[in-house]
Write a protein that binds this ligand. Structure first.
Ligand code: ADP
Ligand code: MG
Length: 723
């Protein structure tokens, strides 16, 4: 079957699809967390003392003794077997954005040759996958390729149901023989404790005596596209790269704004219901879902929870989303920009820090005292965004997110922080010295009142900011839809830890000569003088901001991953991670190497696909059409009429240019030797990407010229509008 026939058949199949019916599902209380081995299940299964021990571990991350581990393992095994599981697996989160697992059977044979179910505390706690095939940025020499996984008891085990059977999944960390982090979970746990330690210091200085451990929270909003599999199957670019490498903009796009919050198509509703039921069984609190701005685009946001668990759940959510979509005949696209010229997908990471005694420290609170604490934590974030802006940009740097950041509908590649009018004014006043913190008489009282009785309403939302305060949390809006949330969470927790340490030092000194309020205001004044340039409430899309941010405020505009990743190795970043104990210089370097390699590999794969598709699908279609045109024109000439040949000329010219470009691309792709990682990054960004973009210009022009029935690739309007 030729390419264009596949495309036409796909349209036919989809338009003649049988009508759908909703299945009635079980009520939430019947399915909630049924596949999750959470504290409730442990309480049922364990003795009082074992439960007490494990509960302490779960809530504080304190180490588990081996006797309790054995008891928990036995209970976990019995529960898993009762759910039909025959296998268990440590699931871990390597430095790629994926999830990895190695399955082992519960089975063991005894001396009589009988099979018994075996699962001990040590098997629960530690696994030993052959880690050598995971990218490690040369952290492990091949002669020491062993990697360890270790159970993270703060993240509950769960049952993964597939058509292949059920498996007990045990969330784990992944480290090298020598104890270096090879994954995304270890730094997240470390960043949490660094933040906790620093926050404790500040709260103590603020006179708090009862301070529970602080934890960070994460509420990720996931945007995604659904495309019918019939279309996807005739688009190798969608299947292999997750985005369209070619495709002219549809006549009807999102400019009509009729999709956002519109009625969800019936077929998608059926998918969502099925998908959300699966999430509920896993204890993932899916909360809101709706259409997104672009046609074919949707969003799902679970209710927020502890960052560490939230990050694991987010990985599980992405996998479950893709798998369920497949069962419903869709390809689920988590790519940040599957369709050029159409809105891209992000993953807004909502983040806050708090504990059970002081509550959410990013919530303005009800008393003047809690508002002072809030201002300190908020100030700490402002300092973090300013001092470590390039790091924030680096942790969201991927080949795919580059297509989105800085575009007209997505956050700019310049890191700034939005506070809302009221809060921005408070900080501006502190900076300008209008608020001195003096509580005794004088003209400043009025101003002080303004901060101490700060109102909770953040005012308007700003959709153009990469990092926005939204009333009781910050929303990191620039994170990409396909990314793990761990990197961004690590960066936020760590920069906060560093700022809180700085604040603690300054505050301690200030308190020797000033009362508490005055001391806080003076520390914040100094902070704002140094770092206030990161605060921006205007239009982040505007060209004025792009100029002002760089020229007047000294902020960096970091357009591509090639520009961003080297910031992971800057003195500033290395110092931050070493001081806080979150990542050693060696661990950081290995991350840089892994992320750089992923970027280069992605661009290389896409470039090869561009060349392939152009040569084997688009070129033949263009030639067929040219032959039809020239044939027609000579037949017409036989009648003595000269046919207008402008289309023929345009097709021929674009075909030639396309061919010339991919020839050049093929040639560049043979290049192998690069002086260093950065040179390779630059090559991908400055040589390969532009050639791919150029090839696309000619191919997309051809799409608008070549007869519709000959065109081999499903078109944007088909993929986006036919459901
Ligand atoms: P919007 O689209 O208006 O930004 P959503 O309701 O789609 O809001 O998503 C908001 C996300 O923020 C949800 O996941 C929500 O649970 C989460 N969230 C709310 N409060 C907090 C908080 N204090 N810390 C972290 N996340 C939070
Ligand atoms: Mg949001």
């Amino acid at each position: 079957m030729s390419g264009n026939q596949t495309r036409l058949q796909a349209i036919d199949q989809i338009t003649n699809r049988a009508p759908l019916s909703f299945e009635k599902t079980e009520p939430l209380n019947k399915i909630w967390a049924t596949d999750l081995f959470n504290l409730d299940k442990m309480e049922e299964a364990l003795s009082k003392s074992a439960y007490k021990a494990i509960k302490k571990t779960v809530q504080t991350g304190k180490a588990l003794d081996s006797a309790t581990a054995d008891i928990v393992a036995a209970a976990m095994k019995d529960w898993a077997l009762s759910k039909g599981a025959k296998f268990f697996s440590h699931v871990f989160y390597p430095m790629t954005n994926i999830t990895a697992e190695k399955h082992d059977a519960f089975i063991l044979t005894n001396s009589e040759g009988n099979a018994i179910n075996e699962f001990t505390g040590s098997l629960l706690i530690k696994g030993e996958p052959d880690g050598s095939s995971f990218p490690n940025g040369s952290l492990r020499m091949t002669n020491a390729a062993r990697g360890y996984t270790a159970w993270d008891p703060t993240s509950p085990a769960y049952i993964q149901q597939t058509s292949n059977g059920a498996t007990l999944m045990i969330p784990s960390v992944f480290m090298s023989w020598t104890g270096e982090a090879l994954d995304k979970k270890i730094p997240l746990l470390r960043s949490n404790s660094a933040m906790n330690e620093a926050a404790q210091k500040v709260l103590k200085l603020m006179g708090e005596t009862d301070i529970a451990d602080l934890n960070s929270s994460c509420g990720p909003e996931q945007e995604y596209f659904l495309v019918d599999e019939n279309f996807a199957n005739s688009r190798p670019d969608l299947l292999l790269a997750g985005r369209t490498l070619f495709g002219a903009a549809p006549a009807k796009g999102q400019q009509f704004d009729d999709h956002y919050f519109g009625a969800i198509p019936a077929r998608v509703q059926v998918f969502m219901q099925d998908f959300e039921d699966k999430l509920y069984k896993l204890g993932i609190p899916a909360k809101t879902h709706h259409n997104e701005v672009a046609p074919g685009q949707f969003e799902l946001a679970p209710y927020y929870g502890a960052a560490n668990v939230g990050a694991d759940q987010q990985q599980l959510l992405m996998t479950t989303m893709k798998d369920t979509a497949k069962e419903h005949g869709f390809l689920c696209l988590l790519h940040e920009k599957p369709f050029a010229g159409v809105n891209g997908s992000g993953k807004h990471v909502n983040w806050s820090v708090g504990n059970s005694t002081q509550g959410n420290l990013l919530d303005p609170g009800k008393t003047p005292h809690s508002n002072l604490e809030f201002l300190l934590f908020c100030g700490a974030v402002i300092r973090g965004v300013h001092k470590y802006g390039p790091l924030l940009r680096a942790v969201i740097a991927t080949a795919s997110n580059d297509h989105r950041l800085g575009a007209n509908e997505a956050p700019p590649a310049i890191m700034s922080v939005y506070l809302g009018d009221q809060l921005e004014k408070v900080f501006e006043d502190i900076k300008a010295g209008k608020l001195t913190g003096s509580t005794t008489g004088g003209e400043m009282d009025l101003g002080l009142d303004q901060i101490l009785n700060f109102d909770r309403d953040p005012g308007d939302r700003n959709r153009t900011s990469p990092f926005a305060f939204t009333g009781n949390r910050f929303e990191f809006r620039a994170v990409g839809s396909s990314q793990s949330v761990s990197g961004p969470l690590v960066a936020m927790n760590t920069m906060l830890a560093d700022s809180l340490n700085w604040i603690a030092e300054k505050l301690e000194a200030a308190l020797t000569t000033q009362d508490q309020t005055a001391a806080v205001i003076s520390v914040l004044k100094e902070l704002m003088e140094e770092h206030g340039n990161a605060v921006f409430g205007g239009d982040g899309y505007s060209s004025e901001w792009h100029t002002a941010a760089v020229e007047e405020r000294g902020l960096l505009n970091i357009p591509t991953t090639a520009d961003a990743l080297p910031h992971l190795m800057s003195e500033n970043t290395v110092g931050l991670f070493e001081r806080t104990g979150v990542l050693s210089a060696v661990e950081l370097e290995s991350r840089y190497e892994v992320y750089a390699e992923q970027y280069n590999l992605t661009i290389e794969l896409e470039a090869k696909l561009v060349s392939d598709i152009a040569r084997t699908k688009i070129y033949p279609a263009a030639l067929s059409y040219l032959s039809e045109l020239t044939h027609a024109s000579s037949s017409v000439l036989d009648l003595g009429i000269e046919l207008d040949n402008s289309i023929t000329k345009a097709v021929a010219e674009n075909t030639n240019s396309l061919l010339a470009t991919i020839t050049k691309l093929d040639e560049e792709l043979t290049k192998e030797d690069f002086a260093n990682t950065e040179a390779h990054l630059r090559f991908s960004a400055d040589v390969i990407r532009p050639l791919m973009d150029e090839a696309r210009v000619y191919a997309d022009a051809l799409e608008l010229l070549v007869a519709d029935e000959l065109w081999p690739l499903p078109k944007y309007q088909e993929m986006l509008f036919i459901k």
